[in-house]
Design a protein around this ligand. Structure first.
Ligand SMILES: Cc1cc2nc3c(=O)[nH]c(=O)nc-3n(C[C@H](O)[C@H](O)[C@H](O)COP(=O)(O)O)c2cc1C
Length: 219
């Protein structure tokens, strides 16, 4: 696919078909993404890819854990934004709920939509992205570049994905279930698979700020 087309087509998809993606395709995407740059080529990322019975086990467990308040975050997240950032955050939420026809004050259905995070939006695969435990902001940037490379690779294969901070709330559960070594900390998850084109949630599109708000030129 043409590069700018891949960039444009990458949107967060929140409804997937149950069909498994071929293992060699998943491997091609994730191993190609290892080409991502990193500070001093340290490659500070680990990714755990979950499919099959294991994802079904998590799909059954995570919603219960969330409702029981059994949450554990390696990286606390307060989700509080002000000014332009708050405006953009609200607009993204509005776009999502508009796509589902959920009104602003319909808390019950917003909750249902939010809970879909924990069943991976029905995706047959989920990847969990980890940072080496002692690393910080600089290396988190590297991890983000790796994750974006994965997301673009998935688009290039005709697949879709949704990065999910919401999945970062289950560090302890995943540590136990996937035998995650102590030397890594959970940043976020990424549900992925074939996009359900009939699911209205996938009509959700978000705006971007005007380039001159974010890009300054110097010469
Ligand atoms: C690190 C990260 C975490 C995110 N966490 C969530 C999440 O937990 N649940 C969700 O539905 N979307 C999540 N998103 C998706 C964003 O809402 C989305 O990227 C943003 O609104 C822009 O829309 P687009 O991805 O469709 O271009 C996350 C995105 C990123 C990059």
């Amino acid at each position: 696919m043409e590069f700018y087309e891949v960039l444009k087509q990458r949107r967060s998809m929140r409804g997937f078909l149950p069909d498994a993606v071929k293992q060699n395709v998943i491997e091609r995407v994730f191993t190609s993404a290892l080409q991502a740059p990193s500070n001093c080529n340290t490659q500070p990322w680990y990714v755990h890819i979950v499919s099959g019975e294991k994802i079904e086990e998590l799909r059954a467990t995570l919603p219960q854990k969330f409702m029981a308040g059994e949450l554990s975050l390696d990286y606390p997240y307060d989700g509080k934004y002000d000014g332009d950032f708050k405006v953009r955050q609200y607009a993204a939420a509005q776009a999502l709920y508009d796509s589902l026809g959920i009104a602003r004050d319909d808390k019950a259905n917003r909750h249902v939509a939010f809970m879909r995070n924990f069943t991976f939006f029905d995706a047959p695969h989920v990847a969990f992205f980890y940072l080496p435990a002692d690393f910080g902001l600089r290396e988190a940037c590297d991890l983000g570049m790796f994750a974006q490379s994965v997301m673009l690779g998935l688009v290039n294969e005709g697949l879709g994905s949704c990065p999910q901070t919401a999945l970062g709330m289950f560090a302890d559960t995943l540590k136990e279930s996937l035998s995650i070594p102590d030397d890594r900390k959970l940043m976020f998850g990424l549900s992925f698979g074939y996009v359900d084109k009939e699911d209205p949630v996938n009509r959700c599109t978000t705006d971007r700020a005007a380039p001159d708000q974010l890009i300054q030129w110097h010469s």
